[in-house]
Design a protein around this ligand. Structure first.
Ligand code: DGJ
Length: 682
């Protein structure tokens, strides 16, 4: 019998998350909200029922409910034992304090099955990170059918609004906020990537929170494959959000001695509204997830929209010269550079320069780019093959497929089975060779379709493990390449924002949020993206989309809200346009430290303010849109410091700018960028 602690308080700087073992031995959530004086936290509720139809599982907020007994709500764990029993009954074994958290050990009452719940606290971000580990210490396999990372309980007795990000290719990151009513709202991906359609991020509030005030609970999943969020409002006025690997078409044969480790979920609490919740995630991502979160990203040029597949040494060299003249620092050759890649029906898999386009390899172009003072970057799509490729001809068995089905083509391509160790090895060696043989500073890693026929002939365990093992394989390949080439900057792209998630951000330094580069569409996309993700991972190009309608300055200002890039067909730009571009690029270089690394405030529907961490310098970018006058109250300034804002004659205290605000009269499609400078108090 365990005699150790039975109640745990996980405190961050401003919040607390508590749970404990109740008298009946269940692991029950007790509190998540503002930090309180010690002793003021509620104890876990005791087990009760509701007539003969609902047992404790319906009433109590269990930390990690398993499917068993009279459990009718969304469980975190579902398994079948070798004798066919599909009932998991978890008992508390022990809880152990570890650095920054606690590990809770549970076991099944009868079968050899161990569950460890690991909680880690990130005090200065007010975040709790947690995941589960399921171990089979027995001699028979156990079939896991659902293994979520976490169930998060928000205070009972209130109703909530769920905010989430939804969309589709070319139209990602729409922010939706909707009331939750009794039942289960499911958001998920079944596509093998986290997907354009829903993003593994959530936010809950009781309907009264705003950008600047109110209690908010929020979080996400560190996983780049199939995922599921189930936000459930019970008939007992409780709300819970389960989050983890999607159990749709999931199974895992847990062999004797094996442990299944879920990805980590992360969630936080703030009493200060949506903006504060976003800034917490931004800070956490920059400091804790990204491999080089504090590096300032370079202004890049990308060839895709200018040349599509018509890439060759001469045309790229010309673009490089024009880019360098404008102040671009990184020149990226997109799709079309490799063997027989003249259209999307051939070449994927054969990662060597096309002889007719680059007769002497990439070396001469890279040399030109470097001579012009720029770094060189390259596009790859390593997870894919075209049927018309040497790789596919040599290894037709390497793709996801069922032998009796014709593989569905999408964009004329098929997906390599990254669950296979030989495929992983091939990719590591191939990309490694590219990086060893060429002076490449930046890789854009693309992924342009979702899975079909997810078969893995000869799979060692349950064939449905492929969804998870694929992502583990992807992480292994990317992690190994990062280890071998630590200074390379990597961008995650999946036809735009199809793989932007907290999992990929341990491997990728940046994300390409959308293939839609029209500035007006981008404003919406970037607004949604900013709810969860920081400006320093958001690549944003100025292209020719909307060129006739939208002023160049407006298009630059939109892209300057993240990591500025250029993607237009430069030979068609006038000398005047190129010189204006050079002006904005220089301006961006001066301000990017504040934009990429500062605090971000969505100060109006069409205005964003960035502020350096020491509050001494800021940037205000605002856009004129029909019916949306821009009146901004600045935020985050030191109240008694004196600040000037570019374009305003008067100098005012931080308090005055924040209370009185500033009017920016902008006509439709006009935009403005203003630097904010602290004159005193630095
Ligand atoms: C999809 C990407 O999102 C685009 O930017 C471009 O790289 C194309 N793929 C190239 O095929």
């Amino acid at each position: 019998m365990d005699t150790g602690p039975r109640y745990w308080i996980l405190e961050t700087d401003r919040s607390a998350y508590t749970f404990g073992i109740n008298a009946q031995g269940l692991l029950v959530h007790a509190y998540w909200g503002q930090r309180r004086p010690a002793g003021d936290y509620p104890l876990p509720a005791e087990s009760t029922g509701w007539a003969s139809f609902n047992g404790p599982a319906q009433i109590l907020p269990e930390e990690y409910p398993a499917y068993g007994g009279m459990g009718f709500h969304e469980p975190c764990l579902k398994a079948t034992f070798v004798d066919g029993v599909r009932d998991v009954l978890l008992e508390f074994v022990s809880g152990a304090s570890v650095e920054n958290g606690v590990d809770i050990h549970l076991r099944d009452a009868h079968y050899p099955l161990l569950v460890t719940l690991r909680y880690r606290v990130h005090p200065r971000y007010d975040l709790i990170e947690r995941w589960a580990e399921i171990t089979n210490p027995g001699s028979q396999p156990v079939l896991l059918e659902r293994v979520f990372s976490a169930q998060w309980h928000v205070p009972a007795g209130r109703s909530y609004h769920l905010s989430h990000l939804t969309g589709r290719w070319n139209d990602e990151f729409h922010l939706v906020r909707e009331p939750l009513t009794t039942g289960v709202k499911v958001l998920e991906s079944r596509r093998i990537t986290s997907s354009h359609h829903h993003n593994p991020w959530f936010r809950l509030d009781d309907g009264s929170a705003t950008e600047t005030a109110g209690e908010v609970w929020f979080g996400g999943l560190q996983w780049s494959g199939n995922w599921k969020l189930a936000a459930e409002v019970t008939n007992f006025e409780t709300t819970r959000t389960s989050l983890g690997i999607n159990d749709w078409d999931f199974a895992w044969k847990l062999s004797p001695g094996e442990t299944f480790i879920t990805p980590a979920a992360i969630a936080g609490y703030t009493p200060d509204g949506f903006g504060a919740a976003s800034r917490i995630l931004h800070d956490f991502i920059r400091a804790e997830l990204l491999p080089h979160g504090q590096v300032l990203h370079k202004v890049l040029y990308n060839s895709w929209e200018a040349t599509l597949f018509a890439v060759d040494e001469q045309s790229q060299a010309r673009l490089a010269e024009m880019s360098a003249e404008m102040g671009v620092e990184l020149f990226v050759v997109d799709d079309g550079w490799f063997h027989r890649r003249n259209h999307d029906a051939a070449g994927l898999g054969d990662w060597r320069p096309d002889q007719s386009k680059f007769p002497d390899g990439l070396g001469p172009l890279i040399h030109t780019v470097n001579r012009l003072g720029m770094d060189f970057g390259l596009w790859i799509e390593p997870e894919m093959v075209n049927p018309d490729s040497d790789l596919y001809r040599a290894h037709p068995d390497w793709i996801l497929h069922y032998p009796t089905r014709v593989p569905t083509l999408a964009r004329n391509q098929m997906i390599l089975n990254l669950a296979r160790a030989d495929v992983q090895e091939y990719l590591i060696e191939t990309i490694d060779r590219l990086l060893v043989e060429n002076n490449i500073s930046f890789i854009k890693w693309d992924m342009n379709r979702n899975a079909s026929e997810p078969g893995w002939p000869g799979a060692p365990g349950d064939p449905r493990e492929v969804w998870v093992r694929y992502v583990q394989g992807l992480y292994r390949v990317w992690g190994e390449l990062r280890r071998r080439h630590p200074s390379v900057v990597w961008q995650s792209c999946s036809g735009g924002g199809g793989r932007a998630d907290l999992g990929i951000l341990r491997y990728a330094d940046q994300v390409w949020p959308s293939d839609n580069t029209h500035a007006l569409a981008r404003l919406q996309i970037q607004h949604g993206f900013s709810q969860a993700y920081p400006a320093n991972i958001m690549e944003a190009w100025v292209t020719d989309a909307g060129r006739e309608q939208i002023p160049l300055a407006f298009r630059f200002h939109v892209s300057m809200c993240g990591c500025l890039g250029i993607g237009g067909n430069l030979p068609s730009w006038s000398a005047g346009e190129r010189s204006e571009a050079a002006h904005w690029i220089a301006r961006y270089k001066d301000l990017r430290g504040v934009i990429q690394q500062g605090d971000q405030y969505r100060v109006a529907e069409n205005a964003i303010q960035y502020l350096s961490k020491d509050r001494s310098r800021g940037v205000l970018i605002a856009f004129g849109r029909p019916g949306a006058p821009v009146e901004v109250r600045l935020r985050g300034l030191e109240p008694d410091w004196l600040y000037s804002i570019e374009g305003f004659e008067s100098q005012k205290s931080g308090a005055e700018w924040m209370v009185g605000g500033a009017a920016l009269p902008l006509a439709n499609l006009e935009s403005t960028l203003r630097e904010i400078i602290a004159l005193t108090g630095r």
